[in-house]
Design a protein around this ligand. Structure first.
Ligand SMILES: [Zn+2]
Ligand SMILES: [Zn+2]
Length: 204
């Protein structure tokens, strides 16, 4: 997908710029979209100086995203990983320490704990729903055995609120082909967004 390639190029430029804004910087890193990143928005490979971004972000609609647009979500991810690269290069640290959050604040992102990292199941393929209340459950793998709704029957199995398969979507990577318009839109937003634009604060 050409737009995804263009967005990747732009992500590399932004990542370099974020490193330059952090005290001590870091060696240059390569940023790429990878179909293998299915359980978070990104993964940093410290020793390889590599950041892999999940393209499955684009399987979610803007309404599902805490920051409201794909570019803002991606930008927050780039800033988060840039701070990881910086702290690893200068101090050998890999966690989300108080210093991590101080440096993230320098890049215009307020500390947000675990929610910084995005939903874990963007690459979902199976959609289940409660027979009783219609609560949805998106999963990457099919359910095995009997499962009922955690809201209707907390802590026990109740066949009256069994989770039933409602939709089986195609492979996540193949489904991205239908999302090209969203990638174009993220690219356009990135191109008109200045580097130092603070990201909106998230509600807890
Ligand atoms: Zn992190
Ligand atoms: Zn239910």
């Amino acid at each position: 997908m050409r737009a995804l390639q263009a967005l990747e190029d732009l992500a590399n430029e932004r990542f370099d710029a974020y490193l330059a804004l952090l005290p001590g910087g870091a060696p240059p890193h390569r940023v790429e979209f990878s179909r293998r990143i299915t359980t978070s928005w990104a993964l940093i490979y410290y020793r390889r100086h590599l950041v892999r971004l999940s393209p499955y972000l684009f399987l979610l609609d803007p309404a599902d995203l805490p920051r409201g647009t794909h570019w803002r979500e991606l930008d927050a991810t780039l800033r988060h990983e840039a701070v990881h690269a910086n702290l690893y290069a200068r101090r050998g640290e890999t966690g989300h320490s108080a210093e991590f959050h101080r440096r993230l604040a320098r890049l215009g992102v307020e500390a947000n704990g675990e929610r910084d990292l995005g939903p874990e199941n963007a690459a979902f393929r199976f959609v289940y729903a409660c027979r009783q209340c219609d609560q949805r459950w998106r999963r990457r793998h099919p359910l095995r055995g009997n499962w009922s709704c955690g809201a209707c029957a907390p802590g026990r199995y109740d066949p009256a609120c069994r989770m039933e398969l409602r939709e089986e979507l195609g492979a996540p990577w193949a489904r991205l082909a239908d999302r090209a318009a969203l990638v174009e839109c993220a690219l356009a937003e990135a191109q008109r967004t200045p580097l130092r634009e603070p990201l909106p604060t998230l509600r807890a």
